[in-house]
Write a protein that binds this ligand. Structure first.
Ligand SMILES: Cc1cc2nc3c(=O)[nH]c(=O)nc-3n(C[C@H](O)[C@H](O)[C@H](O)COP(=O)(O)OP(=O)(O)OC[C@H]3O[C@@H](n4cnc5c(N)ncnc54)[C@H](O)[C@@H]3O)c2cc1C
Length: 381
């Protein structure tokens, strides 16, 4: 550095959370950097910075996942210790429901994070085996899964915030006190929805990247979307499918949820074409559908691969899928009734009902109770 005075710092910021981490602006004024100190190639910094964001997003999801696990473990322990009306509060259904939902959130966040991390690692290994140098392979490997990185960042950071909020509720008045870990957990989790690209930007990005890939011809969204329109014109099958195999109904539902995404985004894309980028309300609806599908599918595949039909993990995958379906119905319906009219609207709403239908509804209360009982007895996640 030839002129150290060209590097200056703003005042230390006073923040809502992550107070142990220093935050201040850094100014580079007319700074000259010696050639031998240049990192990477000249004029390639922006690309590296963008790719660093992809890595940052999947890493932030992992950090939020750990926060969720710690909040859950504190909450299980506290609810077993805290007595009201002569019994532990963990015997109350209202608290058990919260703990079961928090545990389910952890299981699903793990499933999505492990899945995307493995995909990225496999891609890096493949590129290195093909002769690419390791640093370039890392950038390329993560770039390939940039959509997944954005999905994870949004889903897990939203959930970490919600888990911290529920953690305070489990602690009651004590949760509001600086003497318990919940107060800091709630404040600290807030930033994760803002940095590494706000969750709004990441939601728009994930759908935008898919659309760009479709426009470039790298991903075929339109022909499956058209096949679904054709399917909707036909008469639905009234045969009762055989769902006796483990997770077969859940996998069939996920396949149908993908049709919902294609139906809504395909029709919106046909209507707005290049102007779709300006339709942020619709893109946010599409992103909610996309995020819920990716995370629900990850949980179902994880349960199917590693756990048995009567396991608590299978119960969590089923519980999450049920709730994902409900969220997808809300997001898809909002989109359909906003941009489609008349016969097209009626046809898409009927498609939405067809593609979100369960043959055998899960018993949500029984599954929730199974999850709660397991972790309350175990005392930890
Ligand atoms: C504690 C902390 C640490 C940070 N650390 C770093 C760091 O180490 N490195 C670094 O580079 N940055 C860092 N940041 C910056 C951080 O990445 C940004 O604050 C964040 O990306 C949001 O940008 P912004 O603050 O300019 O908000 P704005 O861009 O002003 O956004 C305000 C609101 O408008 C929405 N919005 C903005 N643009 C659009 C759009 N096109 N479409 C729809 N909605 C939009 C946003 O979602 C948000 O809700 C840090 C910030 C904080 C608070």
């Amino acid at each position: 550095m030839e002129n150290p005075e060209s590097l200056t710092f703003g005042e230390e910021e006073h923040k809502l959370g992550i107070r142990a981490s220093s935050t201040r602006q850094v100014f580079f004024n007319d700074m000259k950097v010696p050639v031998e100190n240049l990192l990477g190639e000249r004029n390639n910094g922006f690309k590296i910075a963008l790719n660093a964001l992809n890595v940052g997003r999947i890493k932030l999801a992992a950090a939020c996942l750990d926060a969720q696990r710690r909040i859950l473990n504190h909450s299980i322990q506290y609810s077993n210790e805290r007595k009201q009306f002569g019994v532990s509060i963990s015997t109350f259904g209202a608290i058990r429901k919260k703990l079961a939902e928090m545990a389910t959130g952890v299981f699903v966040s793990e499933a999505g994070s492990y899945r995307a991390a493995k995909n990225v690692q496999d891609k890096i290994d493949e590129l290195v085996a093909g002769g690419m140098d390791h640093q370039a392979a890392e950038l390329k490997g993560v770039e390939e899964f940039a959509v997944e990185c954005s999905i994870l960042k949004v889903f897990v950071s939203d959930l970490a915030q919600h888990t911290a909020d529920e953690g305070i509720q489990v602690y009651g008045g004590m949760g509001f006190s600086e003497d318990t870990p919940m107060e800091a957990a709630w404040r600290d989790s807030r930033i994760s929805r803002i940095y590494e690209g706000t969750n709004e930007i990441n939601r728009l990005l994930a759908v935008g990247m898919l659309i760009k890939r479709a426009m470039k011809g790298e991903l075929d969204l339109l022909s499956p979307a058209m096949a679904i329109s054709k399917e909707l014109m036909g008469i639905p099958s009234f045969e009762v499918p055989d769902y006796s195999a483990f997770m077969s109904e859940e996998k069939a539902i996920i396949a149908n949820l993908k049709k919902v995404f294609l139906m809504v985004s395909g029709a919106a894309l046909q209507k707005y074409m290049m102007d779709i980028e300006k339709q942020q309300h619709l893109l946010l609806n599409a992103s909610e559908i996309l995020n819920q599908i990716y995370m629900a599918e990850s949980a179902v595949l994880r349960a199917e691969k590693h756990f048995s039909p009567d396991s608590v993990e299978a119960a969590m995958a089923q519980l999450n899928l049920y709730k994902a379906v409900e969220k997808i119905i809300v997001a898809a319906k909002e989109g359909i009734i906003s941009f489609a009219e008349g016969d097209e609207q009626r046809m898409m709403l009927s498609g939405l009902r067809r593609f979100t239908k369960y043959t055998n509804h899960p018993n949500v209360v029984a599954l929730t109770e199974k999850v709660a009982a397991h972790y309350i007895e175990k005392g930890t996640y």
